[in-house]
Structure formats: C-alpha cells, structure tokens
Design a protein around this ligand. Structure first.
Ligand code: HEM
Ligand code: HEM
Length: 169
C-alpha cells in the first residue's frame, strides 16, 4: 500500500527533523545540509503527489479528504470509530500537509538566514524556531493519531511506514 520509496522518504524526513530539532548544535554545517536534504525529500514527495496515478499518493485526495473533517470530528466526539480510507485519513491529511509545509518553511527561512540582508536577524531566527516548534506539535499530533487508530481499530497503525500495509474500511 505505501511503496518502498514513500517509506524511505518518510524515514529520511523524520530522521532529519529529529536530528535538526533535538541533536544538532546551533549554526552547525550539518544542520543546514540535513535541513536542505529534508526539504528536497519533501519536494520529491509533493511532486509525486501531483503526478502519481495511485489515489493514496495524490495530494488531490488529501485536499478532498479535508471536506470530511467535520463529520470525523463528530464521530470522535461520539466515540465512534473514524474512517480508515486508502491513503491518509481525513483527520491525518491536514497534519501531513502541515508537516510538509513546515519542513519547506524551515528550508526557506534557514536559507534566508544565510543571506546578507538577514544575517543575524533575530526576527527571522525566531520565525525559524517558531516553525520548528510548530512542526514538533504536528509530529505529536501525528503520533497521537497513530496511537488512537491502533487502539480504536485494533490494528498496528504505526507499522504502516515499516511494512507498507494499512488496514482500510
Ligand atoms: C519526526 C518524526 C516524523 C515525521 C516528521 C513524520 C512525518 C510523516 C509524514 C509527512 C507522513 C505522510 C507520508 C506520505 O504520505 O508520504 C507520515 C505518515 C506516516 N507516519 Fe510518520 N512521521 C514521523 C514519525 C513517525 C513514527 C515514529 C512513526 C511510527 C512508528 C510514523 C508512522 C507513520 C505512518 C504509519 C504513516 C502513514 C499514516 C497513514 O496511513 O495515514 N511516523 N509521517
Ligand atoms: C528539518 C528542518 C529544520 C529544523 C527542524 C530546524 C530547527 C532549528 C532549530 C530548533 C533551531 C534553533 C536551535 C538553537 O537555537 O539551538 C535552528 C537554528 C538554525 N537553523 Fe534550522 N532547522 C531546520 C532546517 C534548517 C535549514 C535548511 C537551514 C539553512 C540552511 C537552517 C539554518 C539554521 C540556522 C542558521 C540556525 C541558527 C539560528 C540561531 O542562531 O538561532 N535550519 N533550526
């Protein structure tokens, strides 16, 4: 269901985010390289989201899923099981799109920090850190969603990006 290359991109992006947020030192060259690498991987994934034929990979399906969010929130409120669609579920879609936007935003603001015009700009540094914190909030929501899906549907949802399989309705 999730092709090998999608899983490879997932773990590359996840590893880069963890490294740059938790492990790298301020101003380190590797921080920049890893950050640009993450942006490049997200760019490839988004490109595939536009040209791929498989519906679960398409960005269009993710945007369409946004329309089902109110219904899903009602189900959550009533403690009913959420939909398990092929591809990302309606509540997962905005989280995924948000994580991709943050990684690209970090690549852009990080790159701008190297421009002479913004060198040492505290405002831009704060914006970069703000996006990084926002990304970590979304990662928290992503992992909470996987735990919720695993419990409510009695499935091992976290395995999706390891063995590529996903339980669907
Ligand atoms: C910093 C950490 C992480 C980031 C930034 C991240 C980001 C993402 C993104 C962007 C997607 C969408 C993938 C795509 O459509 O190509 C995704 C999906 C997924 N991730 Fe993560 N992830 C992280 C950690 C994890 C961890 C630790 C696990 C499991 C142990 C995990 C399991 C999954 C699964 C199962 C999906 C597919 C969900 C679905 O079927 O809708 N992720 N993740
Ligand atoms: C996944 C992508 C990225 C994440 C999660 C991330 C996260 C962060 C965080 C949390 C800080 C603050 C570190 C601290 O103050 O100790 C920081 C600082 C910084 N980042 Fe990134 N970053 C990413 C990508 C990039 C890229 C692509 C560049 C540029 C080429 C870059 C350049 C910088 C610079 C120059 C600083 C130092 C700013 C300062 O002095 O506070 N980052 N980044």
């Amino acid at each position: 269901m999730w092709p090998f290359w999608v899983r490879l991109i997932h773990w590359g992006v996840a590893g880069a985010c963890v490294y740059n947020f938790w492990l790298s030192d301020e101003g380190e060259e590797l921080h920049r390289l890893v950050g640009y690498g993450a942006s490049a991987l997200v760019f490839v994934r988004l490109l595939a989201g536009v040209i791929a034929k498989r519906p679960e990979l398409r960005l269009g399906s993710m945007f369409k899923a946004l329309g089902s969010i109110p219904g899903e929130v009602t189900k959550l409120y009533r403690r009913e099981p959420l939909s398990l669609t092929r591809g990302h579920s309606p509540l997962a879609s905005p989280v995924m799109l948000g994580m991709w936007a943050c990684v690209l935003g970090l690549g852009l603001t990080g790159w701008m920090l190297e421009w002479e015009a913004f060198f040492g700009s505290e405002g831009l540094e704060e914006l970069h850190e703000f996006i990084a914190n926002g990304l970590m909030v979304l990662v928290g929501a992503h992992l909470a969603g996987l735990v919720h899906e695993s419990i409510s549907h009695r499935t091992r949802a976290w395995m999706g990006m390891i063995d590529g399989r996903k339980k669907t309705d």
